[in-house]
Design a protein around this ligand. Structure first.
Ligand code: GAL
Length: 454
């Protein structure tokens, strides 16, 4: 396999999934701390209270990275560790932790790639302003971003504003299976809209105040699976295209074209908010690279009848895009029940390349979960090796065919807290029988309030 000489090789994590130390040294609570306490939300009641204890083992972890030969490491900052209330008072101990991590990485020749938001919103902002439903939060995010640029920007040269806005919107505000646990078919579009605006504002700030001096790059990471038409029928091909637009173009079109995809406008009507002309201008071109998290592929067909009760039939996702999704029974599955389909990765890279005029793409996450067994203190992870080989071969082919792919980060650097699946090995988040869980749209806000009082 041939990769360009300056290709970035790294691995990724996120704050809530690895840090632990949830109330140490002045960290404020996040919506994930609260969400984990709601009975039934996280498998077996697991929490990120301790997780990989990275907060205390940071130096050991960086030594492991060095030993693995990583040249780049993508991590996220816990907003409530540096602004315990989301805004206002700064927690210098939190700043110190990230500052030391960055120094440690650089001392080991590992390039830090920093995500500002990987889902762990300060709980105070959820309670006080309704999280991403309130447009004013976009300015609070910018203040947080500014502090990060000021304190870390002398050493951090790669910034990612948001990780997977789709997940926040759909799983957090549509299906309610991730924090803040809201169930709605309008809120996902509003939350997503505000995330895009917050992204654009933070990029504008970086570009006007910091980029010239700090000489870094800034972008956003979106997630997308590949959608392969189930049959050659035109309606299935259209369904697959529509599914990709509802998934990835939802967040990428505003940045590359200044507007949402037409199929979303047509189908969503007033539920899809509109950008002002100023926001449109701010969004256009607001990324220095195309961050992509890619895990799997599904077969898409025109929805003649929605799979009622399946997770894809809930929360305004399937209903709005009118696509049925299925798996080819011949595909191998990971423990997350995600199909291993390396060629899907190459097709997606081409789709992005064609639609957005050949951007510089960085795969900021790709990987697999397997039920690893320890044998004499080691893991014989043949399946994982095969997975990476398969996906990287397709990446190499895509590059050969002209796709401008410039980096690859494996998910994850460590086994960690997998959100609603907790630490389980056999619990794919998309296969939870969500209907057995408590579904009370407004209850979570009240629950958060009670939690804070404790
Ligand atoms: C992504 C997410 C990561 C991790 C991964 C699967 O959607 O960004 O935090 O959960 O999926 O392991």
């Amino acid at each position: 396999m041939k990769f360009p000489k300056d290709f970035v090789w790294g691995s990724a994590t996120s704050s809530y999934q690895i840090e632990g130390a949830w109330n140490t040294d002045g960290r404020g609570p996040s919506i994930w701390d609260a969400f984990c306490q709601i009975p039934g939300k996280v498998f077996e009641g697991d929490t990120g209270d301790v997780a990989c204890d990275h907060y205390h083992k940071m130096k050991e972890d960086v030594a492991l990275m060095k030993q693995m030969g990583l040249t780049a490491y993508r991590f996220s900052i816990s907003w409530s560790r540096i602004f315990p209330q989301g805004q206002g008072e700064i927690n210098e101990k939190g700043i110190q932790f990230y500052s030391e991590l960055i120094d440690e990485l650089l001392a080991n020749d590992i390039e830090p790639w920093v995500t500002l938001y990987h889902w762990d919103l300060p709980l105070a902002l959820q309670l006080e302003m309704d999280g991403w439903l309130n447009k004013e939060i976009t300015d609070v995010f910018v203040d947080y971003a500014q502090l990060c640029f000021e304190r870390f920007g002398d050493r951090v040269k790669h910034w990612i504003t948001f990780n997977e806005a789709w997940v926040v919107a759909i799983l957090g505000y549509g299906q309610g299976v991730f924090a803040p646990g809201r169930i709605s078919n309008t809120e996902p579009y509003l939350a997503g809209h505000h995330i895009l605006i917050a992204h654009a504002k933070a990029v504008q700030l970086y570009r006007t105040k910091f980029q010239k001096e700090q000489e870094g790059k800034i972008g956003i990471t979106n997630n997308c699976d590949w959608r392969e038409p189930l049959t050659d029928a035109v309606e299935d091909q259209k369904a697959a295209q529509r599914a990709l637009e509802f998934f990835l173009a939802w967040f990428a079109d505003p940045i590359y074209f200044g507007k949402y995809p037409k199929c979303m406008e047509d189908r969503l009507g007033d539920r899809l908010p509109k950008f002002t002309e100023e926001e449109r201008q701010m969004l256009l071109g607001s990324t220095d690279f195309f961050g992509l998290n890619h895990y799997t592929t599904m077969l898409a067909s025109e929805a003649k009848q929605i799979n009622a009760g399946s997770v894809y039939g809930n929360g305004g996702l399937s209903e709005d895009q009118d696509v049925n999704l299925a798996l080819d029974p011949n595909w191998e599955l990971t423990e997350m029940q995600w199909a291993v389909v390396p060629w899907g990765c190459r097709k997606l890279l081409h789709w992005i390349s064609d639609r957005y005029d050949h951007p510089n793409i960085v795969i900021t996450e790709n990987g697999c979960a397997y039920d690893d067994q320890l044998e004499n203190g080691e893991v014989n992870d043949a399946k994982r090796v095969e997975f990476f080989k398969g996906y990287l071969e397709e990446c190499a082919k895509a590059i050969e065919e002209g796709v401008n792919l410039t980096g690859y980060f494996a998910w994850s650097f460590m086994d960690n807290f997998e959100w609603a699946s907790g630490y389980s090995k056999r619990f794919g988040m998309h296969y939870v029988d969500f209907d057995t869980l408590e579904r009370t749209p407004k209850a979570s806000a009240k629950w958060f309030a009670d939690f804070l009082k404790q």
